[in-house]
Design a protein. Structure first.
Length: 353
């Protein structure tokens, strides 16, 4: 069958295009779909065409209107399509999107990196690059892990050193505090023992009526308050002894020189002039008084006979209450003094009374 004019023209153009161009297998490229469902290739796209025989921009158009054979019209259409495809290709390569601004397009064309063809690495080299990247990442990760472990190890070591240092310091402080406490306790105990010895010696001198020894021991204690009280007590004793001697002289009319000499020797002798031998009253039943309680009763009766006041100051539990009851019983039985007597007692000793 005879081909139509359009088909003959298309076949001729295809042969000329294949003769003028040296095609190679494209690695990648920009393919555009036309309105009637056919595809065209954008020129100078990445990997689309290599080693062209002629340095000219052409595009294969498969939808040429067979009714238009005017060369000028075909050139105008090809040029408009070429410009549109170039803008789309530039927008795809730069990821800037399609643009209609000619000034921006000129800037992109003047940029030497815009139309740069990137070399595709072979698969083997890509695997090597990927392997080296993984190895470098693993090395970096190992270094980071090692650094982190060393940091944690340093923290743990510092913690151990810190705890050990303060434990040693606390032990040293405790040892020092214990030594100071023991030293203070020893000094206090030694001071108490010395005070007890001095007190015992003073009491022994006082019982022996040795006022000189008592005063000497008192001087050794360096107790200013006790010295002051003792000096005042001596003054009062001398005054009371003098008053007792004068009163006795007025009542009896005898010379008081002997009493004055006795008052200088002992206040007890000057105060307790009237002496009486006492015994346990028969009306006091329930038990016998002990020897020291009989001595206390004799002292209380001596106070009564010499018209003196006194305080029975025995230790607790030695029988102060029973000695007072014995005094009242003695006064009723021997002195025939039936009272009345004013007795003020705590509630705990009310049953004895």
């Amino acid at each position: 069958q005879t081909l139509s004019a359009a088909e003959q023209w298309r076949k001729k153009m295809t042969q000329e295009f294949l003769q003028n161009w040296n095609w190679a297998k494209p690695l990648s490229g920009l393919f555009l779909k036309t309105r009637d469902g056919k595809f065209i290739v954008a020129p100078k796209s990445l990997g689309a065409v290599r080693g062209c025989a002629k340095k000219q921009d052409k595009v294969v158009v498969h939808h040429v209107d067979v009714q238009k054979h005017n060369d000028q019209t075909n050139n105008l259409q090809a040029r408009s399509i070429q410009q549109r495809l170039r803008r789309i290709a530039l927008a795809k390569q730069t990821s800037l999107g399609p643009t209609t601004d000619l000034q921006d397009a000129s800037k992109l064309l003047l940029d030497p990196m815009t139309l740069r063809r990137f070399k595709l690495e072979p698969k083997k080299e890509g695997k090597q690059i990927d392997r080296s990247l993984r190895k470098s990442r693993a090395n970096v990760a190992d270094v980071l892990v090692k650094t982190h472990k060393e940091f944690l190890k340093a923290i743990v070591s510092h913690q151990s050193d810190f705890i050990r240092f303060h434990r040693i310091k606390r032990a040293e402080v405790s040892k020092l505090a214990r030594a100071v406490r023991d030293h203070i306790d020893r000094k206090e105990k030694q001071k108490e023992r010395n005070a007890e010895l001095v007190e015992r010696d003073r009491l022994a001198a006082l019982k022996a009526n040795d006022m000189r020894a008592y005063s000497a021991l008192l001087e050794e204690t360096k107790n200013e308050r006790l010295k002051f009280l003792l000096s005042k007590t001596d003054d009062y004793i001398n005054q009371v002894s003098a008053l007792l001697s004068e009163q006795r002289a007025e009542e009896t009319g005898y010379d008081t020189a002997m009493d004055r000499r006795s008052s200088e020797g002992s206040y007890f002798l000057s105060a307790h002039v009237k002496k009486e031998q006492v015994r346990q009253p028969s009306i006091l039943v329930g038990g016998d008084l002990k020897e020291y309680q009989i001595s206390g009763l004799q002292w209380l009766v001596s106070l009564y006979n010499n018209r003196l006041n006194g305080i029975l100051a025995d230790e607790m539990g030695l029988g102060k209450t029973i000695q007072t009851i014995a005094l009242l019983s003695y006064l009723m039985e021997v002195k025939e003094n039936k009272g009345p007597f004013l007795v003020i007692v705590p509630l705990s000793t009310l049953s004895n009374w």
